[in-house]
Design a binder for this molecule. Sequence first.
Ligand code: ADP
Ligand code: MG
Length: 687
Amino acid sequence: MVENEQLRQELRRCEVELQELRAQPVVPCEGCEHSQESSQLRDKLSQLQLEVAENKGMLSELNLEVQQKTDRLAEVELRLKDCLAEKAQEEERLSRRLRDSHETIASLRAQSPPVKYVIKTVEVESSKTKQALSESQTRNQHLQEQVAMQRQVLKEMEQQLQNSHQLTVQLRAQIAMYEAELERAHGQMLEEMQSLEEDKNRAIEEAFARAQVEMKAVHENLAGVRTNLLTLQPALRTLTNDYNGLKRQVRGFPLLLQEALRSVKAEIGQAIEEVNSNNQELLRKYRRELQLRKKCHNELVRLKGNIRVIARVRPVTKEDGEGPEATNAVTFDPDDDSIIHLLHKGKPVSFELDKVFSPWASQQDVFQEVQALITSCIDGFNVCIFAYGQTGAGKTYTMEGTPENPGINQRALQLLFSEVQEKASDWQYNITVSAAEIYNEVLRDLLGKEPQEKLEIRLCPDGSGQLYVPGLTEFQVQSVDDINKVFEFGYNNRTTEFTNLNEHSSRSHALLIVTVRGVDCSTGLRTTGKLNLVDLAGSERVGKSGAEGNRLREAQHINRSLSALGDVIAALRSRQGHVPFRNSKLTYLLQDSLSGDSKTLMVVQVSPVEKNTSETLYSLRFAERVRSVELGPGSRRTELGSWSSQEHLEWEPACQTPQPTARAHSAPGSGTSSRPGSIRRKLQPSA
Ligand code: ADP
Ligand code: MG
């Protein structure tokens, strides 16, 4: 309360000071920087006054509260006093009664027992009084606690007042700071406004200039558009007319379209019918052409001769060695590819055959020549192709070739496959392959499980006069792969059997027999054509001394069979009644394929080098004789006369006692190359 009173006094002092300040006269001094300051201060002052008023309000509220509390405290004190007084009275009264009671007790003690009862009552009453006293004491204590609490509250309020004063001071400092900030911001704002104003003016000027330019362009455009409009109006009028006309036409279009479609359909139908009939006609013509082609082909083959002889000269190889022995002795006619010149012992000899292939001729060139024969096999003709010549002259190369550059055998089969494929729509073909060998007049199956077994040639039991070889294996083939497998099989058969296959090969005839059986799907017509591809044994003659035993026997067999072949061909070409097919296994086996309308080609292989000219001469003579047989009935006989004088006949049984001699085996190259997929392979002599 004392502090309260002090605060109040301070407040009063402040108010008095304020009054005095207000009372002081205000000296206006315009333009003075202090006047501005003073006005600001005044503002601040009024603000502070407001704050003071607020604080005053708060203070008065606090005062009021303090007053109320004080009142209550006074009240409580009053009541406490009352209670104390009451207590004292009660104590007084009770002590009086206690005294009275003591007196009564004393009097009653003197009297009789009923006094006991009174004492008891008094004792009871005295305890009640004690209780009331303690109650009032607790109440008193309670009131004192309340007073302490009120004092605490008062203290807190004073603390609050002090805090608010501090806050006021802080707020003033902040106000000053904000004012400074505000002033700076105002300055900045003014500057920015200035620059913005300038920008705006500039932009307006530029936009105005641009707008003027654009306006000018627009004006010009407008003028152009106006003139365009003037010219377009008539066009629009015609377009509108056209549009109306088209609209009318479109209305009628579906009808027109239907009509057009109808007529077009009819036309197409007619065209299809025409095409159909044309197709039929074309098909008929095509069939006729096909027949004509076949006829022409046959005619061509016939014109070329059913028996033709060609020569192929192999190139000089490393195996021919060096020196005068290995020089070339064969030349060709640049204008005539059927002439070959040979320089034998310094004398030039010329031969004319159906065709001569020089060493530069490729496998394909040679095949080209025999291709027609092979295709005639599909048409049901029998065909024989022989490779004739001394060992090392290139027979096996021409027939089998190398894996990279295959010969006639493989090319022929490939051609057959592709031809058959082409005709597959009308014909069904079945191609089978057999391989056989004739050695010392014994026929063996190269594809059989028992290659040792000797095979016999028999007449067909059906009385057709046809020959067949019971037990000769036939493999059906459909691709070059199949053929390679067959060849591989035959090759393996032979390598297990012969320790020196190379030599054996040059002394035996190897035959590849391809049979083409066809059925015309539409007519059921059946054809069978046989293609015999024969790599003959070496034709070199064995000298009059040197050969003995096996070697001599081999030479005799080879000579006999080659002579027999010459005889048969001669007989066929001169159309003799009797053809001596049975003189050798080879001619007997090929009887079907050599007689009738069969076709035969003899490829005479020639070595070009000097040391072989003797054998070359005999080979070419043999070839020319075979070829010239057909020239005419008159010459036939004379040719036949000369035929029997050929070298091979020296070995006929009639002149059976030849002196054992070494054969003129003069092909150094023979026996060195191995041809995969070949039946007639050569091997190095085994150790
Ligand atoms: P043959 O079967 O008549 O005994 P080969 O066919 O084995 O003779 O040929 C003997 C050698 O000459 C082989 O090495 C072969 O490769 C080669 N030869 C033959 N003819 C030709 C040719 N036209 N082109 C290249 N080399 C050939
Ligand atoms: Mg050979």
